[in-house]
Design a protein. Structure first.
Length: 423
């Protein structure tokens, strides 16, 4: 699983750059003063902006050069961005984060495609769960970092924040030989059939439609909010700030334990079962959590109940959200369509995540936790209903989860159904 670990270092672990934004309001940046106002927004927004840019260019980069060039750019951006960030000026801090974001944007798309390339159908869930473990580890690391860099000097804060990026870049170049033989060729031009597969206007059963729905659901169900604002949410539930900070460290540990346990069984539930069942369980917990918040406002329910429900919700969401990326990648038959589809899907996810993280805190201050979370819950329920209908194409034995030939056969059945319906 060395390949999966390296890919996870380059992509999933680096998401801590987005969840660590609270450190910039407490650490000794900019001449010993915390960042605030426009400067804070400028520095905090540089990473997601770079991530969107990297996702937008990865398809063209791999078509002109190769997937290997994309991974090289990923690692180079992590290292070069870290070096720039060491310059004790706010501009270079933001520029470094933007460049790191470019690498991470490329990495998240390529990690899914390369994992599919290197691992057989039955081993992919285990490989993708490694990425999920590193993703949870990023949340854990970012929560530790806020305490480590609090009131510290600029250099020490940047070193601690960017240490995972340096480790990832060096680890990739040390084992770059693993990727050369398979990934050194440019992508082939898309055929007419492949371009048609990437369209979302062919009905709710189209693979691209399923991709957009899953990416949107990953955002609306609250993953970006959970990672960025878990401490604030626990505090809003009535938990003390000290306990909230401990719970924000505890929930990633539980998440990591759960994800590690899912890698142990030799036989796992189907992708479809993990996605639909996981999202249904997560939304049920979110509904109970929202009801408990109402109880807190009337002093009829203990804050500990609300905090426990939120913790369970945060842990459970990791299963369907991670499985969704594995499932989406497998809906497209080759690396050419996978790169194009995942880039489009990730762009939607990054856009929605940016909107959530920039508006949630303002909504919480102006209204309440219940009002701030309710729109996301309603949107998630609507998307889940659409997802149930969309993934109906894989029920009744149509998607047997045995090998890659079944995926190809699913495409053929899909095209046949669409052809017959158009006659």
């Amino acid at each position: 699983m060395k390949v999966a670990i390296i890919l996870s270092l380059l992509s999933a672990l680096q998401i801590h750059h987005q969840t660590i934004i609270n450190a910039f309001s407490s650490a000794g940046f900019a001449g010993g003063q915390p960042l605030d106002g426009f400067t804070f927004s400028f520095v905090a927004g540089a990473f997601p902006a770079g991530k969107i840019f990297g996702t937008a260019i990865v398809n063209g980069l791999c078509r002109k050069y190769s997937l290997l060039a994309g991974l090289d750019l990923n690692a180079i951006c992590l290292l070069f961005g870290t070096i720039l960030s060491l310059v004790p000026l706010t501009f270079f801090l933001a520029l470094g984060r933007f460049i790191i974001g470019i690498g991470v944007g490329c990495g998240f798309v390529l990690a899914s495609v390369v994992t599919t390339e290197f691992y057989s159908f039955d081993k992919r869930p285990s490989a993708f769960f490694i990425g999920a473990i590193f993703f949870g580890g990023a949340a854990l690391y970012s929560n530790f970092c806020v305490d480590l860099v609090a009131n510290s000097g600029y250099f020490w804060a940047v070193v601690v924040i960017n240490a995972p990026s340096v480790v990832a870049g060096l680890a990739y170049f040390r084992d770059r030989q693993l990727f050369i033989d398979r990934l050194c060729f440019p992508l082939e031009p898309l055929t007419i059939a492949e371009k048609d597969l990437l369209k979302a206007d062919r009905g709710i059963f189209a693979p691209m439609t399923v991709t957009y729905v899953l990416m949107a659901l990953n955002a609306t169900i609250g993953v970006p909010i959970i990672m960025a604002f878990s401490t604030i949410i626990f505090t809003a539930c009535g938990i003390s700030p000290a306990q909230s900070a401990r719970l924000s460290v505890f929930y990633p540990l539980v998440q990591l334990t759960q994800l590690g346990a899912f890698r142990l069984p030799s036989t796992m539930p189907s992708r479809r079962s993990l996605i639909l069942g996981g999202y249904m369980a997560a939304l049920s917990l979110q509904f109970c959590f929202l009801m408990s918040i109402q109880g807190i406002e009337t002093n009829s329910i203990s804050p500990k109940i609300a905090a426990t429900l939120f913790l369970l919700f945060a842990v459970i969401t990791s299963i369907p959200c991670n499985t969704a990326f594995c499932f989406v990648t497998e809906q497209f038959p080759d690396r050419e369509t996978q790169i194009a589809a995942l880039a489009k899907g990730r762009l939607l996810l990054w856009f929605l995540s940016t909107v959530e993280t920039t508006t949630f805190k303002h909504m919480l201050q102006d209204w309440s936790l219940f009002v701030a979370l309710l729109p996301y819950f309603v949107a998630s329920v609507a998307l889940l209903v659409l997802l149930v209908f969309s993934m109906g194409a894989y029920s009744n034995g149509n998607f047997k989860n045995n090998d890659e030939d079944d995926v190809v056969e699913a495409y053929k059945r899909y095209d046949a159904v669409n052809f017959e319906s158009s006659v």
